[in-house]
Design a protein around this ligand. Sequence first.
Ligand code: PLP
Length: 367
Amino acid sequence: MAIQFIDLKAQYQALKQDIDARIQRVLDHGQYIMGPEVTELETRLADYTGASHCITVASGTEALLISLMAIDLKPGDEVITTPFTFVATAEVIALLGAVPVFVDIEPDTCNIDASKIEAAITAKTRAIMPVSLYGQPADMDEINEIAARHNLVVIEDAAQSFGSEYKGRKSCNLSTIGCTSFFPSKPLGCYGDGGAIFTSDPNLAKACKEIRVHGQEKRYVHSRIGVGGRMDTIQCAVVLGKLERFNWEIEQRLKIGARYNALLKDKVQIVTQRNDRTSVFAQYTVIIENRAAVQEALKGQGVPTAVHYPVPLNRQSAYAGLSRVSGAVTHSEWMADRVMSLPMSADLDESQQEEIVHRIIETLSKD
Ligand SMILES: *Cc1c(COP(=O)(O)O)cnc(C)c1O
């Protein structure tokens, strides 16, 4: 069988009965917007992470945007983040007229370097937005400590890390606010767009809920500016179905990631995993030279790969005049030229994985 980069079909086949039944129930009760599955999912996910509140929203991007609106981010304010991420992280900051301030990553984990954050703080800084890249949380204790000293909010961009743990606590519940995405290929995905915000602060939870429906306090009473940011009932039903074997999937992801590590670590540079946290491997990523040629050779042998991400955000033209770089971001730029993600999903079987590794090692040795 051909190797899939992410095998969503195998997952659906395993869960088909339950997911189909849940979708059918929504079609039968007809509450397509804010139906009972929405609250059911919010309760389940809040329990899972340990956060007091979960607010489902239209996407991961919307989760980040609504969070920033909930803390009342103003034009000219600054938010410290990493340039080595998906564009949405910085996009929502710029969309509100605020300034993304880029701090470099650690050269081994690819996550924001907490030791460089304090130098980026100014009188205009309002928040720090670390990204749990590829599924592994950043140094959240250190980041929370810096934030507390400077009265800043920490928003974890956990779009890739739902299910990961940091010092025994779940991603999305590691700081004031955590945001995740249910984009189909994420560790917990739906069959369209979806996302969620997590917080244990009741005022922020209330603000997020209101902003999600046009800043509506009650029907037709608008005390703040909001968005149309709800997640559809059918998509919530799909995520509820996915939860049926989510714990098994997380175990599989950890196992497959550990196996990749063991098989590859002496052959190629890999992203370092810290001992006090896990990664759910939204991506399994290696660091290589001559990437384009290696990708092409692997493609010819039926091994799909991808790049997350080829251009650091400080180099994107849209952000040229709207962002600021604090210090140098040389590690981010170096990584952007060399990272390559390998096939990864809970349904990837051992023989397929060995095949992938075998072909990578063979390709690199010919280089
Ligand atoms: C996927 C992703 C997002 C955006 O999520 P969507 O649901 O696609 O809007 C934001 N940040 C990171 C790091 C992501 O990987």
